[in-house]
Design a protein around this ligand. Sequence first.
Ligand code: HEC
Length: 198
Amino acid sequence: MSEHQANKHDNRAAYQQDTVMDHEFDGIQEFDNRLPNWWLWLMYGSIVFALFYWIVFHTLELRKLPREQFEEVMAEAQEIQLAKMMEAGVDNDFFVAMADTPDKVAEGREIFVKHCVACHLDQGQGLVGPNLTDGNWIHGCEPMDLFKTVSDGVAAKGMPAWQNQLGPTRVMSVVSYVMTIKNTNVSGKAPEGEPCQF
Ligand code: HEC
């Protein structure tokens, strides 16, 4: 206690002689002193705060955790960035950014499961349609090539045109999904077309 406080309070009655606790480690002993109030209140405060935090953030989930908030903000920023890029004109970079946006890829996966697995199978390993996971491509492997193939289809070979049925935004999502399975080399239909790297 500082001298300043000691001058104001006569705490001689509360004075206790130091007692030494009866354990000892490597010659180090410990006084049995009362913990200071400020320390105790800090501890009780922390316990109350932790309980409150636990219930609000984890049990009732009334508030989002900082990391979830961060991810939300980042996802929003990514959407805005994508929208800007789309306005400027869709190009390979646009699809690279899109394939890096989990929401869009998930949306693409849903479309793929609904409309594409019949011919390309669940992992894109190919059946009627070619294997989309190998390094060989018939119509090119750049994102803009995929976009064109999926939009326009290849009528003569049985690949439908998806532009009208899905609309451009959903075609973009499914292309961004196909980009994520590209080069995963799932064994399936034998490679067709030319080796192609993007
Ligand atoms: C009715 C069967 C069928 C469906 C459904 C289908 N495809 Fe295809 N797809 C094909 C065939 C067949 C080809 C090969 C075209 C060729 O040989 O020129 C192909 C080719 C492709 C290619 C080009 C592969 C390359 O090597 O260049 C892509 C990309 C593709 N499909 C994506 C999709 C997507 C995405 C969907 C769903 C929206 C889809 N396909 C639905 C049959 C299908």
